[in-house]
Ligand binder design. Structure first.
Ligand code: NAD
Length: 260
């Protein structure tokens, strides 16, 4: 990859105030893309980190459960930068419970954020991508887009759903310069997973390290966490000319989780 290969492009990354989304935003910024950040919590720190790569940054705090706010996010992004060239649908939440105990509002929130928000951003970004005959849609699915785990019915349904959505959009755009692909990480040590580590440690009287090692040992044969930086570099590859004909894939970065 040559330096600043994405200079002149604009990337919008949902849920990019922490974790994987921020890692991907930083990798794309390192390649010169202007960045639209989104997500909850502190935005000033992430904005400064991204801007340090010498690119323009816009932050929009849209709640990805709310179609009207997503509409405003896309409108503001286009008004600021002309259009969104690279759309990374990353915002996501988890809730862990048996299906009969699963709170209805949690189910609705998981599906809205992890799946439906990607429909809204994609439908709103697509006309300008098609007009430019160039675009990259990168959906952050999960190993749970390919296989299931107990107590994660909403998450697994949302992630299988987004893998299917990715493929449908890839077929609709197959003869254009727009591509649609999914990345399927295994465990990545972000705030989302740290919550699950904390719950496990509390339930089992384990230390943080014991809980982390057990989590990895159950699912991820490499026994190593995937990092946001590794996922960011895969996103950069998917934006490169070498990936022009990579369409509709669900690309595991899961330490062998789904190879079993
Ligand atoms: P994280 O909790 O660190 O980050 C989630 C981001 O989404 C944050 O910026 C948060 O503010 C934002 N967000 C949450 N609810 C939102 C809402 N309603 N509107 C707008 N933004 C919202 O989590 P993460 O681990 O970085 O997860 C990012 C994505 O990667 C998710 O889709 C997740 O399912 C997926 N993923 C994570 C792992 C992992 O092991 N961490 C593995 C596979 C897939």
């Amino acid at each position: 990859m040559t330096a600043r290969s994405l200079h002149g492009k604009t990337a919008l990354v949902t849920g990019s105030t922490s974790g994987i989304g921020l890692g991907i935003a930083l990798s794309l910024a390192r390649q010169g893309a202007n960045i639209v950040l989104n997500g909850f919590g502190d935005a000033e720190g992430p904005k400064a980190e991204v801007a340090a790569h010498g690119v323009e940054v816009l932050y929009h705090g849209a709640d990805m459960r709310q179609p009207a706010e997503i509409d405003d996010l896309m409108t503001q992004a286009a008004a600021t930068f002309g259009r969104v060239d690279i759309l990374v649908n990353n915002a996501g939440i988890q809730h862990v419970a048996n299906v009969e105990d699963f709170p209805v509002d949690k189910w609705d929130a998981v599906i809205a954020i992890n799946l439906t928000s990607a429909f809204h951003t994609t439908r709103l970004a697509m006309p300008a991508m098609k007009a430019a005959n160039w675009g990259r849609i990168i959906n952050i699915a999960s190993a749970h887009g390919l296989v299931a785990s107990a107590q994660k019915s909403a998450y697994v349904a949302s992630k299988h759903g987004i893998v299917g959505f990715t493929k449908a959009v890839a077929l609709e755009t197959a003869t254009t310069g727009v591509t649609s692909n999914a990345i399927c990480p295994g465990w990545v040590l972000t705030p989302l997973v740290q919550k699950q580590v904390d719950a496990r440690a509390a339930a089992k009287g384990q230390t943080n390290d014991q809980a982390k090692n057990e989590l990895l040992g159950e699912k991820q044969p490499s026994l190593q966490f995937t990092t946001p930086e590794e996922l960011g570099e895969l996103a950069v590859f998917l934006c490169s000319p070498a990936a022009n004909n990579v369409r509709g894939v669900a690309w595991q970065v899961d330490g062998g989780w789904t190879a079993q």
